[in-house]
Design a protein around this ligand. Structure first.
Ligand code: UDP
Length: 164
């Protein structure tokens, strides 16, 4: 589903960001502050404890990895904050702000990144971000549903008002 905002500003790109349960426990406000300072607009926002089924589906592509069950347990341990962020080049920029998956590596190669500063370990690493445009759209649709239906009531005015 395409948003009205992308009709007027075709250069904008959406990505799905998630503040994971560990990030929510200790660093929620700092992470939100970084997102705003990074110039992202927040098109959608939802705080939710994921069901096991949701978490399993969300990380489906990792289902054969040795860390999959731990990852699913972790993701439904407490509330997550799910966000649709929009900006030019949002997918790549949000990944850069997050830093590498493993905080030990992040502290070496990207000491300013969110994971370098806030991750506990390779599992509890504070944030999620889509790795490409196609994944972003799939995960946004999965978490927030098809937006076209919800947008019938003129939601696009609210979206436009959110731009920096
Ligand atoms: N993960 C883990 N152990 C690993 C690799 C990944 O527990 O060795 C977890 C971690 O929470 C990571 C998530 O699985 O964020 C998804 O892994 P992916 O390789 O997609 O990393 P990301 O895209 O989140 O950097």
């Amino acid at each position: 589903a395409e948003r009205e905002i992308h009709f007027f500003f075709p250069q904008l790109e959406d990505t799905l960001a998630v503040i994971k349960p560990d990030g929510m426990e200790q660093h929620r406000e700092e992470i939100m502050e970084e997102i705003r300072a990074g110039g992202f607009s927040i098109l959608e926002q939802k705080e939710e404890v994921l069901s096991r089924e949701m978490a399993e589906e969300f990380y489906r592509e990792h289902r054969d990895k040795p860390f999959y069950h731990q990852l699913v347990d972790f993701m439904c341990r407490g509330p997550c904050l799910m966000l649709v962020l929009t900006k030019e080049n949002a997918v790549e920029e949000w990944r850069a702000m997050m830093g590498p998956t493993d905080p030990d590596e992040a502290r070496q190669t990207a000491p300013e990144s969110l994971r370098a500063r806030f991750a506990r370990d390779v599992l509890e690493n504070a944030v999620h971000g889509s790795s490409n445009r196609q994944h972003a759209q799939q995960k946004i649709d999965f978490i927030f549903g098809e937006i076209a239906a919800e947008n019938e009531d003129g939601d696009e005015d609210r979206e436009l008002a959110l731009l920096p």
